[in-house]
Design a protein around this ligand. Structure first.
Ligand SMILES: *Cc1c(COP(=O)(O)O)cnc(C)c1O
Length: 375
């Protein structure tokens, strides 16, 4: 079975893990710090804070920016539910925003503007499939309204300038992302004070960590804020450092495979909509090429296509079911109609894309999609 995503782990990760075991120190220490600095440098950020998931990172961003009860936060509905949950954790109110179009399934500025109220405090943009939202437009939007601009950059590890668009950003290193530590995340923030609050909040709000107390003269600690246990550990940081070395090459491979997909699918399946392509069938915006989404023709039964591809050994998935239509959010968030998001979510299909694939496999999948559509 050709899977939609696959982690790439090998000798380097094994050696890195083995080094940590031999070192005798497995909880947050020097390797976590090195991972933070390497990751920040790679994305053009000053510094970063490692956490145990992107979701934890988003939660801490909400708290560190002072977002809470009575505040409204604009969020896409075409996203993973963590984007929305972090707003609810903080006691604030998520307000769902539609996507721009099928060609550009990113949170819509026009709809976001319509949904601003006196209580709107922030907007969370999500770089769907790894394609960055427009930096300049979103900065202007947020600054003209006095809103915090937050990035859910879970899809965008390695994309140029990801994590530096707005006030703060969270990345994910979950097993199906462009680089992985199995579970893990990273936070960047423009304001050094905000980032330091996040650093302290990740470790129970303590003014010093176990490693600092172990390695320096600091004996005690104070607690100056309500903290959480959202720490990363040395094992994960060691894997993360090993993965960082390969991230650019992997993303370049993803780009090449995506270009080939777009070219072939355009030739073989003219009825498909291929998001993020220009007239030439190639991508036009900065991206980490996280996933390969296509939109099936209106009249096609997606279930049938999924089944036919599965019979040919090709796994597919859906990014994402519209969040505002899921039971929990129907019950706890004000209902809205987001026509573009709903239609996109109904017709979207995600094809296999990961750096272990080769060009022949892309050709096979494109041919299989064509066959599945025209039968
Ligand atoms: C994977 C993902 C998350 C959650 O990341 P975790 O590290 O598993 O918490 C959040 N948002 C988006 C868009 C994601 O794809």
């Amino acid at each position: 079975m050709l899977s939609v995503a696959a982690p790439i782990l090998g000798a380097e990760e094994k050696a890195a893990l083995s080094d940590v075991v031999d070192s005798g120190w497995i909880t947050m220490g020097d390797r976590v710090r090195a991972f933070e600095q390497t990751f920040a440098g790679h994305h053009g950020a000053e510094d970063a804070v490692a956490v145990n998931s992107c979701t934890a990172g988003l939660h801490l961003i909400m708290l560190a920016l002072g977002i809470g009860p009575r505040d409204e936060v604009l969020v896409p509905s075409l996203t993973f539910v963590a984007t929305i949950n972090c707003v609810l954790y903080a006691g604030a109110t998520p307000v769902f925003v539609d996507i721009d179009s099928f060609d550009r399934p990113l949170i819509s500025i026009a709809d976001a503007a319509d949904k601003c109220t006196a209580n709107t405090k922030a907007v969370i943009v999500m770089h769907y499939a790894g394609y960055l939202v427009d930096r300049r437009e979103w900065r202007r939007f947020a600054s003209s309204r006095g809103l915090f601009l937050i990035e859910d950059a879970a899809h965008a590890a390695g994309a140029e300038q990801a994590g530096t668009l707005g006030d703060a950003a969270a990345f994910s290193f979950y097993g199906n992302k462009n680089m992985t530590t199995a579970e893990g995340g990273m936070v960047t923030a423009r304001d050094a004070g905000v980032l330091e609050r996040i650093r302290q909040m990740r470790g129970h709000g303590l003014t010093s960590g176990t490693f600092q107390r172990f390695t320096s003269q600091t004996v005690g600690y104070d607690v100056t804020m309500l903290g959480y246990n959202y720490r990363m550990d040395e094992l994960r940081a060691a894997v993360g450092l090993a993965q960082m070395k390969k991230l650019s090459g992997w993303n370049e491979k993803r780009r090449a495979l995506t270009c080939l997909y777009m070219k072939r699918l355009k030739e073989l399946c003219p009825g498909l909509t291929l998001p993020f392509t220009d007239g030439e069938g190639s991508s036009v915006r900065p991206s980490s090429y996280h996933i390969m989404p296509i939109v099936l023709p209106e009249e096609v039964d997606r279930g049938v296509v999924i089944r036919r591809l599965k019979e040919l050994g090709i796994q597919t998935s859906n990014h994402y079911p519209a969040a505002h239509l899921l039971s929990f959010y129907r019950k706890h968030v004000a209902s809205v109609c987001l026509s573009q998001t709903e239609e996109f979510a109904r017709r979207e299909l995600t094809l296999p894309l990961h750096p272990r694939m080769d060009e022949l496999q892309v050709e096979c999948v494109a041919n299989a999609v064509a066959k599945a559509l025209c039968r």
